[in-house]
Design a binder for this molecule. Structure first.
Ligand SMILES: O=C(O)CCC(=O)C(=O)O
Ligand SMILES: [Fe+2]
Length: 388
């Protein structure tokens, strides 16, 4: 497949709206060129300040639309948000295989059904309140925002594995009780819920019952600044989407979790409680995608015992698993933080861009093959197709 041969797409014209220009959404405006004849640009318009789509009902995460907007043809940049969304959705859906498209739609209906029927127990959890969520030293470190301030509260017991105290006990309790309340509702309503991934038979996706916005803030304002310092080479500074869930172990729950890598650039894993023994995380080093299954060196072997309120932060590709929880009940919050491909396009040439898309698509295909989760690999394949 070549990126050359469609010179029209390469033309970089001035955009009708620049900077923070306010665009009024006028449904009576004359139609511009038919959307279907328009194509994405190969090179994003770096000067364009994209709209925010957080408040809209969308088929894909709002961050995809914000990122993709820089690739819109110049004549479309000033259009009302609804029109841009329509155009971008058409492109994204066009390149999704049929089964995938059905799945996206089904998942959207599923979430909608939960959100319109489930009554949250602790509404205060659904927006981010840093002062009641985090312990003071963590808040201070993030507000100082330097490597030194992070190192002051973090240990790095094994290269690339960072541990630190993060949540207040009261926050853990509230979240545990909200999860319990959600599960009670699921049982009473005989609602079948989707599990966080194919590895866990228990647990719940927090994003599916309304916590997505709060977790987005958690990632953007707290995890991204730390990842920018410690995980820059896997895109730590441009994390822009997440998969947030809880896993549950113990009697009548999952026992352990096999050796794996996560479908994330950076993973935050925080123990919420309750009382348990066992359940240690074991780490076995990071590998490039070609050597995911090769053996471990002794210096890479590291075991970690979970402590309620405390977090572990590591690269998604850092190989790990969890030993059996031998008594009690352990619940952990997992935030798989991801970076979509679009930011990579900044200032790179077309051939390099294409190489990167191929590289990411290949690497994520190998990492995600065990996960049914619609995510990165699909979007990247779509985008590769869309710019071609
Ligand atoms: O049980 C744990 O603490 C680890 C969970 C985990 O690695 C995952 O869900 O990806
Ligand atoms: Fe994991």
């Amino acid at each position: 497949m070549s990126l050359d041969g469609r010179p029209g797409d390469r033309r970089e014209g001035p955009s009708p709206v620049t900077g923070n220009g306010v665009v009024l959404e006028d449904s009576n405006r004359p139609a511009l060129a038919p959307m279907s004849s328009q194509r994405l640009r190969l090179i994003p318009n770096k000067d364009h300040n994209p709209d925010n789509y957080d408040d809209m009902e969308l088929d894909f995460s709002s961050s995809i639309f914000t990122s993709l907007e820089r690739f819109l043809p110049p004549s479309m940049l000033g259009m009302p948000r609804h029109d841009k969304v329509k155009f971008m959705t058409e492109i994204l859906l066009k390149y999704l295989p049929h089964g995938e498209r059905n799945r996206v739609q089904k998942h959207r209906d599923y979430r909608q059904k939960i959100i319109s029927n489930y009554q949250p127990l602790h509404r205060e959890l659904y927006s981010m309140h840093p002062a009641t969520t985090f312990v003071a030293p963590f808040l201070k470190a993030v507000s100082d925002n330097t490597e030194e301030s992070f190192r002051r509260i973090m240990s790095e017991p094994s290269p690339g594995v960072f541990t630190f105290e993060m949540f207040q006990p009261q926050f853990c309790e509230l979240l545990l009780s909200e999860v319990e309340n959600f599960e009670k509702w699921v049982n009473e309503a005989k609602f079948r819920i989707m599990r966080p991934n194919t590895m866990n038979k228990y647990g719940a996706v927090l994003d599916d019952f309304g916590l997505e916005t709060m977790l987005d803030k958690l990632m953007e304002n707290f995890i991204r600044p730390i990842s920018k310092v410690f995980f820059a080479e896997v895109g730590g500074s441009t994390l822009d989407s997440h998969h947030g869930f809880v896993v549950e172990y113990g009697e009548d729950r999952d026992a352990d979790l096999g050796f794996h890598v996560d479908d994330s650039e950076v993973t935050l894993n925080v123990c919420l409680g309750k009382q348990f023994s066992g359940g240690e995380l074991f780490f076995r080093g990071t590998r490039c995608d070609k050597h995911v299954n090769s053996g471990s060196h002794s210096e890479e072997i590291f075991d970690y015992s979970h402590v309620p309120g405390c977090a572990v932060l590591h690269r998604g590709r850092h190989r790990h698993g969890a030993r059996a929880t031998t008594s009690g009940h352990r619940i952990n919050l997992l935030l798989w933080c991801r970076r979509r491909i679009f930011e990579d396009y900044k200032g790179v040439g077309v051939s390099e861009l294409w190489d990167r898309v191929k590289y990411w698509a290949a690497s994520w295909a190998s990492v995600t093959k065990d996960f049914k989760d619609y995510s990165y690999s699909t979007i990247m394949r779509d985008m590769a197709a869309a710019v071609n």
